[in-house]
Design a protein around this ligand. Sequence first.
Ligand SMILES: Cc1cc2nc3c(=O)[nH]c(=O)nc-3n(C[C@H](O)[C@H](O)[C@H](O)COP(=O)(O)O)c2cc1C
Length: 209
Amino acid sequence: MVGFLKIRENIWYEAIISAMADEKPYFTPLGFRVVNNVVKLRVYSSAKTSSLLAMNSEVVLNITDDPFLYFLSTFKEETGGIPKEEVGFIEGLPVLLKAYGYVIMRKKKVSQQERVVLFEYDIEKIIDNPSFYTSIEPYSRCRTFLIEMIIYASKIRDVSILPGTGDLLNSFKKSFDYSYEIVAKTCMGQAEIWLANRLKEMVSDWLRK
Ligand SMILES: Cc1cc2nc3c(=O)[nH]c(=O)nc-3n(C[C@H](O)[C@H](O)[C@H](O)COP(=O)(O)O)c2cc1C
């Protein structure tokens, strides 16, 4: 059967990776790229996710563009993470019930680069989520730039604790503020506006420290 998800080769996509950690589901947003049918990930060696991926041979990429899922899985400590009701299981692996679909993959190769670990996976299966067959949405700058805000907020959180990173922090803050401008122009819903303002507060706290 031809699947509903189309994943092109050689472009970076974003997804939320999932695996079990101490018998609990664990979710983290990561960029991924497919080259000759092999999925490539680059994970900061300092991230917990890096040791989690080192321990698990089978993991899932949850395909989604939902800013709230990215928010909860990026800021697990601050938010309590993805609620139990939003988690399902496929062949014993945790998945996000609201994802468009799932890429089940098996680890093939791991290599350490300077500050990142490069993980490579063979694709075992791509599974569609049938609840989305009739609910494709138009492209939305609101949702896209909310995710950009989350990306820059996570960079600011991680870099603000390192010494001598003022210039880098400034450039992340600029990108964060620009993304906020687009969000402010294009998101009219209460939930989205709440998320943008929550991210702004979190970033000001990290920058104040
Ligand atoms: C859309 C998106 C994409 C991301 N891509 C990556 C990535 O490719 N590699 C990485 O190391 N971190 C990436 N991050 C940041 C991590 O998800 C973030 O630092 C997370 O909090 C790490 O979780 P951990 O501390 O549990 O490992 C991304 C974040 C977002 C929102």
